[in-house]
Design a protein around this ligand. Structure first.
Ligand code: GLU
Length: 472
């Protein structure tokens, strides 16, 4: 049987990195076996729907180098791939279950249900539908249907025994049937619940591996009862633990900083995000951290996903991103970084801009950082910290070093990196100073800070006027 997995998001126009991680896991499981990766849109909750959300998901996955084999924008043989377009299918299967005695019509009004909920509350018990409609006579059901009484269809749960869920990560889970609610499968507006639709779709779409959040693990007992009622084979379940925010809370749409698009717009490379996310909860067999997509596909085994939740750590993501930026060929790096530079460079040459951006390639954690790093080249004033001021006053040689730099640089007829590098040697010779005392004073005087790119590059790019002005 061909391995088939699916990513099944709601079309909210937003993807936090926890969702994206699930999609990546699904993709890797499929591709590891040369299988298919599907996109299915779960829009049974129409209130959450956002226009353009499907294209947004395609765009996001494409950026991550994840190709969708079948989905709403590239239909295969298992469509439609949007749940709201499959309503007649769900109805047909719900009625089949009624026919077989595994489900029943429920005509209870909101008031009746409210009463049941109150009773449960009083007894401090979770609400379980009391099953009264499962005992209606055939005639009563016919009559209600004829009179157009609104109804839902509920799953009839066994009241005794237990149901087993087998999961790749969590092993065998036993659920007591007595706690299972006669859950709604089909709502009165004709829409299915997620609890029903996921089973129907996963079966009809021939999904072999269901990979989703751990919050669905216990629920899967109900899904298993549905598979059994239909006589269908169950998929392999891989329920993955949660990704928590740094505050220890579950990631959600409100936790905006964990949105993939926000990270992308901040200048995180999708390849770095993917690499980071896969290792958030999954550990490879070999001791290695940097993986191309092909390497991930080869190495991925869902059995090595851990049981406990992981914490999203932006610093670790920055570490990955820095590595990936460093690895970019220069021309690709320049294409990536230029849009993040917001200073006006209209009076600068292409050569100057490229050189400036390139010397910071190894220093960047993410794209938007570039402005902060290069600001000393654009802003008129620099600030020197108290600590650095103290350093400048800490040795009697420092004023002499600075003065010598000034005189030698002023003399230069050719303002280029090679000549500037020679000046540094000359200053060293003339003053007899070396090391920190030779480099730090000029760096601090021209940039305000003690660290930066190669000194001759920095001096060259800063330009003669600015450098001499700041040394004065
Ligand atoms: N629509 C569900 C969600 O976004 C999908 C769960 C699943 O993959 O079955 O959580």
């Amino acid at each position: 049987m061909k391995t088939r997995t699916r990513f099944a998001p709601s079309p909210t126009g937003f993807m936090h990195i926890g969702n994206l991680r699930t999609a990546i896991f699904e993709y890797l499981v499929a591709k590891h076996d040369n299988g298919d990766f599907l996109l299915r849109i779960e829009d049974t909750d129409q209130t959450r729907k956002v226009d353009g959300a499907i294209d947004f998901i395609y765009d996001t996955l494409k950026l991550c180098n994840i190709e969708i084999d079948e989905g709403p924008n590239n239909e295969g043989n298992y469509g439609p791939y949007v749940q709201s377009e499959r309503l007649d299918i769900y109805k047909k299967y719900a009625l089949e279950l009624v026919e077989k005695g595994f489900a029943y019509y429920c005509f209870c009004s909101e008031e009746e249900l409210e009463e049941m909920r109150e009773k449960a509350n009083l007894r401090h018990k979770p609400f379980l539908y009391d099953g009264r409609c499962s005992r209606l006579s055939k005639e009563k059901i016919e009559e209600n249907l004829k009179n157009g009484v609104p109804y839902v269809i509920r799953q009839k749960m066994p009241k005794v025994g237990e149901t087993i869920v087998e999961d790749v990560i969590y092993g065998k889970i036993k659920i007591d049937n007595s706690i299972l609610d006669d859950q709604i499968l089909l709502k009165s507006d004709g829409y299915p619940t997620y609890n029903f639709a996921n089973v129907i779709d996963d079966h009809l779409m021939e999904i072999t591996h269901v990979i989703r959040g751990k919050e669905y693990l216990d629920q899967s007992a109900k899904y298993n009862l549905l598979y059994e009622a239909f006589g269908w084979e169950k998929p392999t379940y891989v329920h993955v633990p949660m990704v928590l925010g740094s505050d220890g809370n579950k990631l959600s749409k409100r936790n905006g900083d964990a949105s993939f698009m926000d990270l992308y717009n901040e200048g995180f490379l999708p390849s770095a995000i993917v690499n980071y996310l896969v290792l958030l909860g999954w550990s490879p067999e070999e001791n290695k951290e940097l993986f191309t997509m092909d390497e991930l596909i080869k190495a991925f085994n869902p059995k090595r996903i851990g049981k406990s939740s992981s914490t999203y750590d932006i610093k670790k993501l920055e570490w990955f991103n820095q590595k990936y930026i460093k690895e970019l060929p220069d021309n690709e790096y320049l294409k990536f970084i230029k849009p993040f530079l917001t200073y006006n460079v209209s009076d600068k040459s292409e050569e100057w801009i490229n050189r400036l951006l390139t010397i910071y390639k190894d220093h960047l954690s993410y794209g938007k950082q570039i402005d902060e790093l290069v600001k000393i080249f654009f802003e008129d004033d620099i600030t020197i910290s108290k600590e650095n001021e103290d350093f400048l006053a800490s040795d009697e040689n420092i004023p002499i070093v600075i003065k010598t730099y000034y005189e030698e640089l002023e003399k230069l007829s050719d303002w280029n990196v090679e000549e500037i590098a020679k000046v540094i040697d000359i200053v060293k010779e003339k003053t007899g100073v070396k090391g920190k005392l030779l480099y730090m004073p000029i760096r601090i005087k021209i940039s305000g800070v003690e660290h930066g790119p190669d000194l001759p590059d920095e001096i060259y790019l800063m330009g003669r006027d600015k450098v001499l002005n700041r040394l004065k």
